[in-house]
Design a protein around this ligand. Structure first.
Ligand SMILES: [Zn+2]
Length: 93
């Protein structure tokens, strides 16, 4: 049987601001709040969109992974000791 495992880890901190329009907030003002077609503000807006997509993808990942997620061992003994299984082989993705 083919097995694969995913580990998801995202941690990026970004602080971005337009020099000419420091008050522009892509989250509040959206694309319509960009003045004079400022390319930097457009970049901020695109960054915000990318972040929303990432959040959505993260939620989707968690939703789909939930049935397969291994529950961490509680204080009780594991129900299915896995001594009979062969050692896990390296998976190539
Ligand atoms: Zn700007």
């Amino acid at each position: 049987m083919f097995q694969f495992s995913y580990k998801l880890k995202v941690a990026e901190r970004v602080k971005a601001k337009c020099e000419r329009h420091p008050r522009y907030n892509p989250e509040r003002e959206g694309r319509g709040g960009i003045k004079g077609g400022c390319s930097i503000c457009f970049s901020l807006f695109d960054l915000h969109q990318a972040r929303l997509s990432l959040d959505a993808a993260h939620r989707e990942f968690l939703r789909r992974a939930l049935p397969w997620t291994r529950v961490r061992r509680s204080r009780t003994k594991p129900q299915f000791p896995k001594q009979d299984e062969p050692p896990m082989q390296n998976t190539t993705l």
